[in-house]
Design a protein around this ligand. Structure first.
Ligand SMILES: [Zn+2]
Length: 1023
């Protein structure tokens, strides 16, 4: 198992960048031919070429250069891909927990010199301002443990150069003003400066962001584990306790010491010529002198003997209070610079941990020792030394010792039995398929795979050499006993760190007390509250004024692309439609690198209402329970050997012309090499028709795991749950989405987990299976190369014929009621909240849809970002319009001030009607919208909008023209019609801290997984 991107802005680590690739087009040879690229020793635009390498299996060539004057390190990856990527990164080892790299990442983006020189005052937040002056499909910044990276991706060449200028200026010459530091970092200010005795509190975007993170117990476990295994790395994101120790001077010094070209690594990718990049980069770099390089590669602790550490953590009111420990065992592994060994250890880790059939899943989770793996589980290669951890969450105190013993026992038994060759082959097959799978974001994947390695002393060219690494692994593996010897050397014979977080009922309280005491001490430092208040209020008002002025400032110093650069005609991907028997089949033929992508939707005709909410569980169960003839482990081994994966999910779609018409059902998908299509469909048939829905114990484990996953999702994306719940009151499709993926699901699963009743669910799943595994309501889509069509046709026909046809007459199945309150509140134990307010609008083909989409952009960028994030202190906030779903809404994310946010949302429509929108405003909104509309898509996604939602290319072309043609008057008109005139019809949902504004007007829904407090059974899902 590879540890995912669970922490703030930390990239998903360890993944081999998901190195997917595209088929070479005609210009491949020229573009990536080493002879066409600068040669080692060449001197060009102030750079010297150091080396070059061709990587044919990824259809790319890489060149490494050094900037002569400053020593800046630069890699260009040439590839026939118009989605060009740029990134500049700096090594930023933190020396304390104040979060200085993270706060710097935020403030860097607040303003830079270039603009100041031209227009005499700085453009505030050029980064956010550029978001709507660009056609980029990716713009962000990431603070990792020991480095900070600023990447973007765009298919537009002018845009690429514009953004590169802004990124270079923003990072190398930021203004780092005191007001930016206070806004983004931390400050003390009145909660509401307009009120005379509003309480003073800590404010600041990063401060609140990290406070939100720390209330997520998975994140807290992960970060505390990092503190102990990598104490020298500190907490680059910032510990809220320590953030207020940071001063502006220290921030500026950290910038001087780290953000200079000598300490920078620059990356470009794509089909743009390197010579162009070189000359632009040299212009930016040549004004700098050579400076210090932070080349320190931090080491983890040394384990001379095994160590055990226990720390306190919060009690999770959503899960069983007797099973709340998180515990893991960790090993310090290899030097990550040895890429072959890292690759081999990744195979070993995947063997031990991936899938329900893996030895550690079976040995620990199937044995009911915990609900899921701990957040740090997996093999992490993002630092100089690899770390492998195995652990569990939701462990009972009395089981802690058993968990540790069991981990060792499983490892010993894998070692003694030896690694199963078929399983290793399956893992390699999966990796190779991932390589063939063509994605639209290949360049970003290369960047994300390369960067952590590059900053940690791994030769970046080694990290790119896929084929070399795999063949070296195969050679070592063929000798026999190789993985066994690694397991013995790094794990069985090595010392460990056992790290446990134990629930402490007073934990939350002690955090609040600590913060209050720290606040009092800070206020004391400035002379006590009565003396300081005046100054703090004044500071707050001044900050507001600066922000207010910034909204109306002239942005003409910032570069921009133009709406006229957007082609009026959309790129069409022709589809063919046919039938096999009575089943409609959609074909998309395109170069796919020898892969076939299969999808099927079953609309489950006549499905009884009471089964609907069990559909998500059904999709999990068929990939979990196994069949009477084959265990899930055996099925998984086959899936790995024959396919790139099989998935099942729920499907909800709103009719393009009528919001009251909804299609619901299940969607199944998978991809594989063309020759394996019959095997893949046979596997799909097996799980659909033969799954053993009597496996109570396996279902129990599954449900416990889903329940603990929900706890994490609520903390991470509470705003999505708030949106889904609010929208559910407006359209049938939104209701179905809520029932199958919102708080209704959270409640259903939590209650099942708490009450330990599973037979009823198994009964429902058996009934669903009768609907899911039949031809009625089925339709199929296949994407493949022309050469594979006829074989695929035969395989799909065989698959369809293997499914039964039901003879029941079709009748209307009435939609379930959703007589829920329009103001819903879900108390959760977080110090921040998530809010959403939604209204119903129009279906996809209605002409107002385009203007509503623009309105959501305008409100987000011109109003809500400013009011909710900058002034309100929330981590995020904005408006959205679901074009295909007919819902317009607002949301806030990690919000400390919900009452204020709700007022802003209430008046946003009026604000938009009164605002004098300029042509420039509209131009920017159009650019932002088209970033999404024209973002490159993977070949496997082509034709899916039609297949899933019935939206044709003609409808999309019309919508495209409507979007391009929206006028200022349209914006005011739709704001009036859909927001102002629908006042009072909003549906609102809030998740978070229970405060005094939650009065009788609110319907409060407590959530609990604790059996002693759970909601009565008959009240389970009636929200
Ligand atoms: Zn941040």
């Amino acid at each position: 198992m590879l540890r995912g991107g669970l922490s703030f802005a930390r990239l998903a680590v360890g993944k081999r960048g998901g190195l997917h690739c595209r088929i070479p087009k005609r210009s491949y040879a020229a573009l990536t031919d080493l002879k066409q690229l600068p040669q080692p020793g060449d001197k060009l635009h102030g750079f010297t070429v150091q080396r070059a390498k061709s990587v044919p299996e990824l259809q790319l060539a890489a060149v490494q250069l050094q900037h002569d004057k400053t020593g800046a390190d630069y890699i260009h990856v040439a590839r026939d891909d118009k989605n060009n990527v740029f990134a500049i990164g700096f090594k930023t080892n933190p020396n304390d927990d104040t979060g200085v790299p993270h706060i710097l990442e935020h403030t860097t983006l607040c303003g830079s010199e270039k603009c100041e020189l031209i227009v005499l005052y700085p453009v505030r937040d050029p980064f956010f301002k550029m978001l709507n002056r660009s056609l980029s499909n990716f713009m962000n910044a990431f603070t990792s443990g020991d480095h900070t990276t600023y990447p973007f991706a765009t298919t537009n060449r002018v845009d690429f150069n514009n953004l590169m200028d802004v990124y270079m200026d923003a990072t190398l010459k930021p203004l780092l003003l005191e007001s930016d530091f206070k806004q983004e970092g931390w400050r003390i200010g009145p909660e509401n400066p307009a009120e005379a005795d509003s309480p003073l509190l800590f404010k600041g975007v990063v401060y609140n962001e990290m406070k939100g993170q720390m209330s997520d117990s998975s994140y807290l476990y992960y970060i505390r584990f990092q503190d102990h295994i990598f104490p020298d790395l500190h907490n680059s994101g910032g510990d809220p306790h320590k953030i207020p120790d940071l001063t502006l001077e220290q921030l500026r010094k950290f910038h001087r010491d780290h953000y200079n070209p000598s300490n920078a690594k620059i990356f470009t990718y794509g089909d743009a010529p390197i010579e162009e990049h070189l000359s632009r980069l040299n212009d930016k770099l040549s004004g700098f002198e050579r400076a210090n390089v932070d080349s320190d590669l931090r080491e983890p602790i040394t384990l001379n003997e095994s160590k055990t550490i226990t720390v306190p953590g919060p009690v999770d009111p959503l899960t069983d209070k007797n099973a709340q420990h998180k515990t893991s065992v960790s090993w310090i592994m290899n030097e990550t610079a040895d890429t072959v060994e890292s690759f081999s250890l990744r195979i070993m880790s995947s063997y031990l941990l991936d899938g329900y059939g893996s030895p550690l899943y079976q040995g620990l989770i199937d044995e009911k020792l915990g609900s899921d793996f701990s957040p740090n589980t997996g093999y992490d290669t993002s630092s100089k030394k690899g770390i492998l951890s195995v652990g569990l969450q939701n462990v009972r105190k009395e089981d802690l010792k058993t968990v540790q013993e069991k981990i060792h026992e499983v490892l010993q038994s894998v070692h003694d039995k030896g690694f199963d060759g078929k399983k290793v082959e399956g893992i390699l097959h999966q990796l190779e398929l991932a390589l063939k799978h063509k994605t639209a974001t290949f360049g970003m994947s290369v960047m994300q795979g390369l960067t952590p390695a590059w900053f940690n002393g791994v030769d970046p060219f080694d990290a790119l050499s896929w084929e070399e690494t795999v063949s070296k692994f195969k050679e070592l593996y063929a000798k026999g006993g190789y993985l066994e010897s690694l397991l013995k050397k790094y794990m069985l014979d090595a010392n460990t760190l056992t790290f446990t977080m134990e629930p402490e009922p007073s934990y939350g309280k002690s955090l609040t007390n600590e913060e209050a005491a720290r606040l009092a001490a800070e206020i004391e430092k400035v002379g006590g509250e009565s003396a300081a208040r005046g100054g703090l209020v004044e500071q707050e008002l001044k900050l507001l004024e600066i922000q207010e002025n910034a909204r109306n400032q002239d942005l003409s110093c910032l570069p921009t692309v133009k709406v006229e650069d957007i082609p009026r005609e959309m790129e069409k991907k022709p589809l063919q439609h046919g039938k096999i028997g009575n089943i409609p089949v959609q074909w998309r033929t395109a170069p796919t690198n020898g892969l076939t992508y299969f999808r099927a939707v079953n609309t489950l005709e006549d499905l009884p209402e009471e089964l609907r909410m069990y559909l998500p569980l059904f999709t999990d169960a068929i990939l979990r329970l196994g069949t009477p003839k084959k265990t899930m482990e055996e099925l998984e081994d086959m899936i790995k050997l024959k396919t790139g994966g099989i998935k099942a999910g729920t499907h909800v779609s709103t009719n393009h012309s009528n919001l009251e018409i909804t299609e619901e059902g299940l969607v199944f998908s998978g991809y594989c090499l063309d020759k394996n299509v019959p095997d893949m469909l046979e596997l799909l048939r097996t799980i659909l028709l033969e799954t053993n829905f009597y496996a109570v114990s396996k279902l129990r484990t599954l449900i416990q795991g889903i329940a603990s996953g929900f706890v994490n999702s609520l903390a991470e994306s509470g705003h999505n749950f708030a949106r889904t719940f609010a929208a559910a009151h407006l359209t049938p499709a939104a209701r179905a989405t809520e029932v199958m993926g919102g708080m209704t699901q959270v409640r259903l699963i939590s209650n099942m987990a708490a009450n330990e009743v599973y037979n009823e669910a198994l009964d429902k799943l058996r009934k669903i299976a009768e609907f899911a595994a039949r031809q009625n309501g089925l339709r199929v889509a296949v994407t493949c190369g022309t050469e594979a069509v006829s074989d695929n046709e035969a395989a799909v026909q065989k698959f369809i014929e293997s499914l039964p046809i039901a003879q029941t007459p079709t009748r209307d199945s009435p939609l379930f009621d959703f007589e829920a309150p329009t103001k819903a509140f879900f108390p959760l134990p977080y110090q921040v909240s998530y809010t959403s307010s939604c209204v119903k609008t129009v279906p996809y083909t209605h002409k107002d849809g385009a203007a509503l989409q623009m309105l959501s952009q305008l409100l987000t960028h011109k109003h809500l970002h400013h009011e909710i994030r900058e002034k309100g202190g929330a981590y995020g906030g904005g408006a959205f319009h679901r074009g295909a779903g007919g819902i317009f809404g607002f949301y806030s994310y990690r919000d400390p001030n919900v009452a204020n946010t709700l007022k802003i949302m209430e008046t946003a429509g009026q604000w938009a009607v009164q605002k004098r929108w300029s042509e420039r405003d509209l131009e920017e909104a159009k650019l932002s919208v088209f970033q999404g509309v024209d973002a490159p898509t993977s070949v496997s996604e082509e034709g899916m909008v039609y297949f899933l939602d019935g939206i044709t290319d003609e409808m999309r072309q019309t919508r495209r023209e409507q979007l391009l043609d929206v006028a200022v008057d349209d914006i005011r008109r739709v704001a009036q019609t859909y927001l102002v005139e629908q006042a009072g019809k909003e549906a609102i949902a809030v998740l978070g801290e229970n405060k005094d504004w939650v009065d009788e007007a609110w319907n409060v829904f407590p959530l609990s997984l604790d059996p002693s407090q759970s909601v009565p059974a008959d009240d389970r899902v009636v929200l």
